[in-house]
Design a protein around this ligand. Structure first.
Ligand SMILES: Cc1cc2nc3c(=O)[nH]c(=O)nc-3n(C[C@H](O)[C@H](O)[C@H](O)COP(=O)(O)OP(=O)(O)OC[C@H]3O[C@@H](n4cnc5c(N)ncnc54)[C@H](O)[C@@H]3O)c2cc1C
Length: 242
């Protein structure tokens, strides 16, 4: 948010730094949100600028090994008098906040779908495991409390997915999109975490093995819960657009 860009002799000159930027090392371009205006309107202060990763003054290093979402690369980027042509401005000058807000409506339903996928994987793993594992002379799935755990996961999964479908519909029609996208994002990603937790419990000691799919799901649910705004931020948006 604090990265600045000033227009000098037909070029944007960027200074600042960003952390967690997807493909910031290996990508050819990134879109940078930078402060370009000096107004009191905090919604009119920023612009979006396309920056090639070979631009002079662009430095990026990979963020070290993460505990989750390890197949995806993120970067720590520094702009030190980084220069790009004036024409690299995306859309209108000073309109960055509005463009990013609009992007988040579509982005957040995609993040919700990421959560739904992880919840489905957690349920599949739990179902398969408890039907294959025998304990005390019977399948683990024969215990009523285990059946209730699976029923609970399914109910929450279906509720979150129904909310996501409704949200997609609202976002596509551009009707009250911000609230619906925020509700779907918070609900689906939190259900993913709950399903991962329940599934881990049902896996007993095997839950601790690194090469189990459920172990990866359990770690990866932190990702959609976090990016494009944590749960508290989604609740702020839901309340504001009530
Ligand atoms: C793997 C990964 C990839 C990412 N990719 C990108 C990318 O490509 N581009 C990009 O720009 N960003 C990216 N991000 C950044 C991501 O959007 C932020 O990490 C996320 O929005 C949370 O911000 P933060 O990490 O600064 O947490 P903070 O804002 O420091 O929040 C820390 C904690 O404070 C609390 N908190 C924060 N805000 C509130 C609030 N309003 N009310 C109550 N409590 C609150 C919450 O408990 C929260 O967990 C990525 C992050 C990760 C982890």
């Amino acid at each position: 948010m604090e990265t600045e860009a000033t227009l000098e002799a037909g070029e944007w000159v960027l200074n600042g730094e960003k952390y967690w930027i997807g493909n910031g090392v290996s990508g050819d371009y990134i879109t940078v949100y930078a402060k370009t205006e000096d107004t009191d309107d905090r919604h009119g202060n920023h612009s979006l600028i396309l920056v090639p990763t070979d631009a002079p003054g662009y430095e990026a290093e990979p963020i070290p090994e993460k505990m989750a979402y390890r197949a995806s690369e993120q970067a720590h980027i520094v702009f030190d008098d980084c220069r790009v042509p004036a024409e690299n401005l995306v859309g209108e000058r000073g309109n960055g906040f509005k463009m990013v807000a609009e992007f988040f409506n579509a982005g957040r339903v995609r993040v919700a779908a990421h959560g739904i996928g992880l919840a489905a994987a957690a349920i599949e793993e739990a179902w398969d495991f408890v039907h294959e594992r025998e304990e005390f002379g019977r399948d683990v799935a024969d215990f009523q409390s285990v059946q209730h755990d699976l029923a609970e996961m399914r109910m929450e999964f279906e509720s979150a997915r129904a909310l996501l479908w409704q949200a997609v519909d609202h976002v596509q029609r551009g009707e009250d999109a911000e609230r619906w996208a925020a509700m779907a994002k918070a609900k689906a990603t939190e259900v993913a975490a709950e399903c991962a937790e329940a599934s881990i419990k049902l896996h007993g000691g095997r839950a601790l093995l690194n090469d189990e799919r459920i172990t990866r799901v359990y770690r990866d649910v932190r990702m959609p819960m976090t990016y494009e705004g944590v749960g508290a931020v989604q609740r702020d948006l839901i309340y504001r657009n009530f």
